[in-house]
Design a binder for this molecule. Structure first.
Ligand SMILES: O=C(OP(=O)(O)O)[C@H](O)COP(=O)(O)O
Length: 291
């Protein structure tokens, strides 16, 4: 089994990927006099090893699977083909998102842009469900209950307790030494709680950059992105239940420079609509019991 870190080491010395890229956004001006539209691109990381096993992942630091690495490459080539450039990128502190971003950066020759990592873009904390198989959980608790845990806005999963097999690994992980502070370190999160910690970072940091005309790429997770999508598209608590985001397919919002409102009310995936539809349906099916 090859790991994504092995792949990235290989990638960093692969001259083919570097030579074929023509754009370097780090040197480009971000706001032109004639610019009327701002673009923000988001992507859920490529498939992780735990996604491939259909496990609730949350704050567990799963690596990209070989398929996930290919998805990240594909995302990079899509952006390259469309000549989409970035000034800044944001990601979580989890390897599957960071590695996806690195792969994309290498392919679009954007290694030089500033990258900011924040736990506030982490996946929602899946609490006691972390490490459980979604289909088996649906067999045990019923598909409706699993749908509620996965997609409802404000129903949280059960809390992760100190006897949970991944408690120590997550709570004592050195990347969380300073942030988040102990008082707010989550043991579970609903989408609402996830959005409450993502939103300050979105509004005070990312949105400010977008407003200034910076071209922003965000590589994050299924549910941290669902929170941002809810905000961007002004979706109700009921509407967000129907939103599923597939791995490794970038989507964009084009914003009117003056109103800062999306020109199209919903996100636009940068990919074959059939592929997007099938990948989205596959995400929905993950919560179904095996017949
Ligand atoms: O960690 C997860 O999300 P991620 O793969 O986007 O990081 C979740 O396991 C996604 O599961 P869900 O689609 O059942 O919410």
């Amino acid at each position: 089994m090859w790991s994504s870190s092995k792949f990235l080491r290989a990638l960093s010395i692969n001259p083919k990927l570097v030579r074929t890229s023509k754009h370097n956004a780090a040197s480009g001006k971000s706001k032109s006099k004639h610019q009327k539209v701002l673009r923000v691109v988001m992507v859920r990381h490529g498939e992780s090893e735990w996604n491939s096993k259909n496990l609730f992942t949350g704050w567990y630091d799963a690596e990209l699977s070989p398929k996930g690495i290919l998805e990240a490459e594909e995302a990079g080539y899509t952006l390259k083909k469309m000549k989409i450039c970035f000034d800044t990128a944001y990601t979580s502190v989890l390897a599957r998102a960071i590695d996806t971003l690195k792969i994309i950066q290498a392919i679009i020759n954007h290694r030089g842009i500033p990258v900011y990592k924040s736990w506030r873009l982490n996946e929602r904390h899946y609490g006691a469900l972390t490490g459980l198989n979604k289909a088996e959980t649906a067999e045990q608790y019923g598909e409706d209950k699993v749908k509620l845990w996965r997609r409802s806005y404000d129903v949280p999963p059960p809390a992760m307790t100190p006897d949970h097999p991944y408690y120590k690994r997550i709570v004592y992980d050195t990347r969380y030494k300073k942030d988040p502070p102990k008082e707010i370190f989550p043991m579970y999160e609903s989408l609402k709680l996830t959005l409450e910690r993502t939103l300050p970072y979105w509004e005070q940091t990312i949105w400010r950059q977008i407003r200034k005309g910076n071209r922003v790429l965000i590589v994050a997770h299924g549910n941290s992105l669902r929170g941002i999508v809810k905000k961007m598209e002004n979706l109700t608590d009921e509407e967000i239940v129907g939103v599923n985001i597939p791995t490794g397919i970038p989507f964009q919002y084009l914003l009117d420079l003056h109103t800062m409102k999306p020109i199209y009310p919903t996100r636009r995936y940068l990919g074959d609509p059939d592929v997007v539809r099938k990948a989205t349906e596959a995400v929905v099916s993950q919560g179904k019991a095996k017949k």
